[in-house]
Design a protein around this ligand. Structure first.
Ligand code: ANZ
Ligand code: ZN
Length: 878
């Protein structure tokens, strides 16, 4: 059917909701789905195989942005397809509701964080519902509700009992703007807070940690099992964990009763090239071995280092600095005295905070030795002669080679020498094999109000004690006035802090730190499996049934933190017997960003709102007149390039918004918002609507069913062609929805199918039309759930379209039965005939000779020669 206004008005007149009002139509069907409890999760006894579809739950900031919309629509399509394919689907939603924005709003506006949060949740929940997401709201979880954080505290106590939660004095990253401590991973490479952007300061404070390092090996090794995860995310996690294999080597300090300095090295084979040992400035041994003459310079050097950022200290091309401390160690093999220095590039919390300096084979050591005129002794010679430099004092060789100047080890390859030197040290007691990790324990304490209180009590008599589990939850005090200054807000709540010691009953004090919100989000996916359990955070049987999450969908910004913490917690709880799974997320899809049209003045760096651009073909800065750059960047308020989901939904309906988002780009790729393409999807859906309406009018007896017809043999060519289009669409869409999840090409297939049906419709038999349209509507259902329901109901389908089974393709229908063969006479094309597809050459020859064309051109005589090109042509030579 073409775009013809007369046609449009008649077709549209049969629709209940005309003039077409997408919002009214969508609200109508959302209401119906609620009535029939379509989204309710089947219980554990349901015989269908379980499928758990999960989106990363949002922070309730107050309004949905396009990134959310994309995330939840993708998960929803997966959930809907799986339901139709016969799975029992769990598709829940919740709120990551503790955290700084609520507290900051409280500080700025004097609101209560709890009220602010619950108001935002209400707003966002209704926006989510507008999208037609098939979420089971009965399972909703909110991390700041007492029913939830009670269990976060309970799990903390489990970790505490297991020795995985502990307290220690630590140098911490202090965010002076947000007035809180940050985990290392929350400080960016420039030394700034991921939230406030402030330069982070270093402080010494007693803090709570979770011992994620105890699981470093498992977290790394099990990445290999995550075949359903993007390679990129697995690599990021592996780098974050950062396992290095090497050795620890002891150097005895001269004149200190055989006290030793132990270093970690990945290159023990370079031992003969050591020309100094460098300690981290805060290494605990420094004070006791520093010669009095050097104390002053050590002190000023430490001050200098404390002003450096992590970035300054670790970047390769920054100059490496240090001072000698007037001490020396013995080389374990040569017995030479080697000077001890402190250096900025040696980090206190990696390895042993001590390095053996090998200037000829390590860039950093080289630049250090160069600056301070320390010896540079090459001990590894590259095997490739071209790389041998006569002037080794100007070059670092960090590759493999053959050992030189290394006593009995000389002549060995570096690989062999690596083991030989460690073995030698092992027998003599000065070396051991050692594996070292980059990952640090997870710092979880925050000096903030709006978080989950840590369930610990301090008693003057009994010391530090866990709160007994039956006393949980430790509720946050209400009505706290938040100023944002003056330290820990809970510390100021005298009445709240005061409690009874659970052991001796004396007056005791509560812990006043709250937990990092990543702790709350590291187990929410478990609670969804058993959302109202009053006795336990979740029941083992429910976990066993629903987990791991079959498909997790979220932003790649969570590739490290959230996903690593969730994996850690799962493994720790598995070892406590609380869950039966080893990994929480079987498959992971990291969706790309939603980008908006962005105007930027490249001279001033200023962003300009599209509404201020007068001529989009020649965009200019309204103030300066300078011409503007046109880009696509991640939608954000500061770039004025956002598109409000509400506006799109109110104008076109959620179905159009969903179709556009899914069609515009594959889910893992960035998506450039484009209003013209939104219109395009709207028009496609309207075309479909006219097709269905006209069928509804013209074929009064048509009743669609979710089944396909048998045997195409009795059908005429036209009907067979329709069936072929229908079943090849099913086939292609199944492919698209398998591993790759190419929703965009699936939608293209829907368009192709609707065109094919439209053009072949007129002469088609009712049963064929019924099969075709029933299939089209069912294939459309996960993408545009509201209109698909409307169509289904209009054509008399039973129940809801979303309760129908997903179509199966019929291989018979895909078969091409005959092909056309060209007939030539003496090399000239004279016509063509249809032959059965599997005909051999003899059959083709026979059919060709018997054809009208042969009669006409050979006039009864037999050809002298017949040439058959299989599948293509027959040449008759008279
Ligand atoms: C001697 C050596 C010779 C090294 C050589 C490298 C090359 P990865 O691979 O990242 O684990 N190192 C050890 N502890 C350190 C600390 N606390 N701060 C800074 N650097 C430290 O790095 C291991 C290497 O980093 C170790 O191997 C050590 O230098 C250094 F030709 O030892 B190497
Ligand atoms: Zn006590």
């Amino acid at each position: 059917m073409t775009e013809n206004p007369a046609n449009h008005s008649t077709a549209a007149a049969t629709l209940p909701s005309d003039p077409f009002d997408p919002v009214a139509l969508e609200t109508h069907w959302q209401h119906y789905w609620k009535q029939i409890k379509l989204d309710r999760t089947p219980d554990l006894k349901d015989p269908r195989p379980p499928f758990y579809a999960l989106s990363m739950f949002p922070y309730p900031s107050g309004s949905l942005h396009m990134g959310h919309v994309r995330n939840y629509v993708i998960t929803d399509v997966i959930a809907r397809v799986q339901r139709m394919r016969g799975y029992a689907v769990l598709h829940p939603m919740g709120w990551d509701a503790f955290g700084l924005p609520a507290e900051n709003a409280a500080i700025e506006r004097g609101t209560d964080p709890a009220e602010w949060t619950s108001y935002n949740i209400k707003q966002m929940r209704s926006q989510l519902n507008q999208l037609g997401l098939s979420i089971d709201w009965q399972r909703e979880q909110t991390t700041c509700s007492e029913n939830y954080y009670r269990w976060t505290q309970w799990l903390f106590l489990e970790l505490f009992e297991a020795g995985l939660a502990y307290q220690k004095e630590a140098t911490v990253n202090w965010d002076p703007v947000d007035q809180t401590v940050l985990a290392n991973e929350q400080v960016d490479s420039g030394g700034r807070s991921w939230r406030s952007g402030a330069m982070v300061e270093i402080k010494q404070l007693k803090q709570w940690f979770l011992k994620i390092t105890a699981y470093a090996d498992k977290l790394l090794d099990d990445l290999d099992q995550l075949h359903g995860w993007p390679e990129r995310v697995r690599t990021m996690q592996a780098n974050w964990i950062g396992r290095s294999r090497g050795a620890e080597i002891d150097f005895t300090i001269i004149g200190h009763n055989s006290t030793k300095i132990t270093v970690f090295t990945t290159r023990p084979e370079t031992l003969f090239g050591v020309s100094y040992v460098a300690l981290a400035p805060d290494h605990p041994i420094v004070d006791s071995i520093t010669d009095p003459k050097h104390q002053q310079s050590v002190k000023s050097f430490r001050d200098f280092v404390s002003s450096l950022s992590f970035e300054d200290r670790t970047t390769e091309d920054k100059t490496k600095q240090g001072v000698p401390i007037g001490a020396a160690v013995l080389h374990p093999l040569t017995g030479d005295a080697i000077p001890v220095w402190i250096a900025d590039y040696v980090l206190g919390d990696y390895g042993y905070g001590a390095v053996m300096g090998v200037p000829s084979h390590d860039e950093r050591d080289f630049s250090f030795a160069h600056r301070y005129k320390l010896p540079i002794l090459p001990v590894i010679q590259p095997t490739d002669e071209n790389l041998c430099s006569p002037n080794y004092e100007e070059q670092v060789w960090s590759g493999p080679g053959v050992l030189i100047h290394s006593a009995e080890f000389s002549g060995m390859t570096s690989d062999i020498a690596k083991d030989a030197i460690v073995r030698c040290g092992e027998t003599k007691g000065w070396a051991r094999k050692r594996v070292q990790y980059r990952i640090r324990d997870w710092l979880i304490s925050r000096q903030r109000y709006w978080g989950c209180p840590i369930p610990i009590v301090y008693c003057d008599h009994c010391g530090m004690l866990p709160v007994p589990k039956e006393q949980l939850p430790i509720k946050l005090p209400k009505g706290v006035r938040l100023s944002g200054h003056s330290g820990s807000p809970l510390g100021g709540q005298i009445d709240w802090v005061k409690t009874d010691c659970p052991c001796c009953g004396a007056v005791a004090k509560r812990e006043t730190d709250t937990m990092d919100t990543f702790m709350c989000s590291s187990w929410y996916f478990l609670r969804f499996a058993d959302p109202v359990n009053l006795d336990m955070p979740f029941d083992l049987e429910a976990i066993h049934h629903w987990l791991p999450v079959s498909q997790y969908v979220g932003g790649v910004e969570h590739a490290i933190l959230h996903l690593l913490y969730a994996r850690f917690l799962t493994k720790a709880l598995r070892d406590r017997g609380l869950v039966s799974i080893n990994e929480p997320f079987e498959r992971l899809l990291t969706q790309g960003m939603v980008q908006g049209l962005t105007y930027r003045n490249s001279v001033s760096g200023r962003y300009v709102a599209p509404t201020q651009v007068i001529d989009p073909d020649n965009p200019r800065d309204p103030d300066s007149g300078e011409s503007l750059e046109v880009l696509f960047e991640k939608m954000s308020k500061s770039k004025y390039n956002g598109v409000d989901p509400n506006c799109v939904i109110n104008r076109y309906g959620a179905d159009t918004a969903r179709m556009f988002i899914l069609f515009k780009a594959p889910p893992e790729k960035n998506l450039e918002w484009d209003n013209a393409d939104v219109e395009g999807q709207y028009r496609f859906l309207q075309r479909l609507r006219r097709l269905i309406c006209s069928l509804h009018r013209s074929r009064i007896n048509l009743k669609i069913k979710a089944s396909s017809i048998k045997a195409s043999s009795a059908l005429n060519n036209n009907d067979r062609e329709i069936r072929r289009a229908v079943h090849s669409a099913i086939y292609a869409i199944d492919e698209d929805l398998s591993d790759k999840m190419q929703f965009n090409t699936a939608i293209s297939e829907l368009m192709k199918l609707s065109n094919a049906i439209t053009s072949l419709l007129e002469d088609a038999a009712d049963i064929v039309v019924s099969e075709a349209v029933s299939t089209l509507i069912r294939l459309l259902a996960p993408f545009a759930p509201h209109l698909a329901e409307e169509f289904w109901q209009m054509l008399g389908g039973e129940d809801s379209v979303h309760q129908q089974c997903w179509p199966n393709y019929d291989p018979e229908a895909l078969k091409v039965e005959s092909i056309r063969i060209v007939i030539q006479v003496k090399g000239k094309v004279r016509g063509s005939i249809n032959v059965p597809i599997d005909s051999d050459s003899e059959t083709v020859e026979r059919l060709a000779l018997g054809s009208e064309i042969a009669h006409k051109w050979l006039q009864g005589s037999l050809p002298s020669r017949v040439i058959v090109v299989p599948g293509r042509l027959v040449n008759l030579v008279p």
